[in-house]
Design a protein around this ligand. Structure first.
Ligand code: TXA
Ligand code: MG
Length: 319
């Protein structure tokens, strides 16, 4: 019964995508707003719905390494190594594009961002459509990315034809983005896969030139942010006392702080498990951004592993 329903939903999503429509899709990281990469008209709808600047290129989602190879000029040995180790999964590779990829995907850049998402519904959907899907996160530009279908519905429900509900996203934070140039791998955005994990596979260090290209994923100072002001701190109690006149809510990383009982306190993960804390971050921000609070106080994560991705998001969310 349940799988029959799932089959019906995937069929519906595929038929909308085949007729140049937009569908919100689940991935292991966050929900995406998907369109057929070969339809300029459909892809333009994504920019309009998100209110996203046309200068910001999109990630292409494919179902296999072979499909990825159809989109690029070359797929270096290093890219194969990373793809074989991390795909399907939250690693996006930036590679030189070929003519199968229109400029409407890449904002005119000569590179394209590609990944195979790890979500059974979306992998089935990609098989059914037969074409790759361009998909940015399914949030209005600069807002927090959604990790449930309900969050997509709340933000964009009146603007999109269909949301393929695949449950809560397991990673809850965006993919890591690296640019592959020969054997050089440049980290452009921290994400669900840590630099250490990638370096272990490569056997050498990532480079991060810090060079900001036009489409560099770090180019927007403010991003991933709630409507409620957000304060990032290493000292929750101090920040609480400094803002005592305000209605505050607290997101702490691991500890429960001795705050008055009427203060809402979300603990990202009591055991301090980084991956689990990351998976709860956007969900917690969505929950607290309901207009009830003057300020959200969020505790910085330890600056290691996926903590770096958490802190990068918190910094931009509070800008
Ligand atoms: O986990 C994810 O990556 C999610 C899911 C839906 O796959 N997608 C996502 O997309 O986070 P978006 O659009 O929110 O972020 C993609 C980032 C943007 O900052 C964009 O600038 C960068 O990727 N990007 C895309 N193509 C690029 C390229 N050719 N060169 C450099 N950066 C690129
Ligand atoms: Mg995004």
């Amino acid at each position: 019964m349940k799988s029959a329903e799932t089959g019906k939903n995937i069929k519906k999503a595929a038929s909308i995508l085949k007729t140049e429509g937009i569908v919100a899709i689940p991935t292991e990281t966050v929900y995406g707003l998907a369109a057929n990469i070969f339809s300029k008209k459909a892809v333009n709808k994504i920019y309009k719905i998100k209110n996203r600047p046309k200068s910001n290129p999109l990630i292409v989602h494919v179902e296999s390494i072979d499909k990825a190879k159809e989109l690029v000029k070359s797929f270096p040995v290093t890219a194969t190594l990373l793809a074989e180790n991390f795909w399907p999964g939250p690693l996006t590779l930036i590679l030189p594009k070929n003519n199968n990829v229109g400029p409407w995907i890449t904002a005119g850049e000569n590179t394209v961002a590609i990944r195979i998402p790890k979500h059974s519904l979306t992998l089935k959907l990609l098989k059914q459509t037969g074409f790759p899907l361009a998909a940015p996160s399914a949030n209005p530009f600069k807002y927090i990315s959604p990790v449930t279908a309900a969050q997509v519905k709340k933000m964009l429900g009146d603007k999109i034809e269909y949301i393929l509900d695949g449950g809560k996203c397991k990673k809850g934070i965006e993919s890591t983005i690296v640019e592959v140039k020969g054997d050089k791998v440049n980290l452009l955005r921290s994400g669900a896969i840590t630099a250490e994990q990638i370096e272990k596979v490569l056997g050498y260090s990532l480079t991060n030139t810090g060079k900001k290209t036009r489409s560099h994923p770090g180019m927007f100072k403010k991003h991933y942010s709630p409507h409620t002001p957000l304060l990032v701190t290493t000292d929750v109690m101090k920040s609480y006392f400094e803002n005592k006149g305000k209605k505050v809510a607290v997101i702490s990383f691991q500890r429960k702080y001795p705050l008055p009982r009427n203060i809402i306190q979300i603990i990202l993960n009591k055991q301090g498990i980084m991956e689990k804390a990351a998976a709860n971050l956007y969900d917690s921000l969505h929950r607290l951004d309901s207009g009830q609070y003057d300020l959200i106080i969020a505790e910085k994560a330890p600056e290691l592993g996926i903590g770096k991705a958490i802190n990068e998001r918190l910094k931009k969310a509070s800008a």
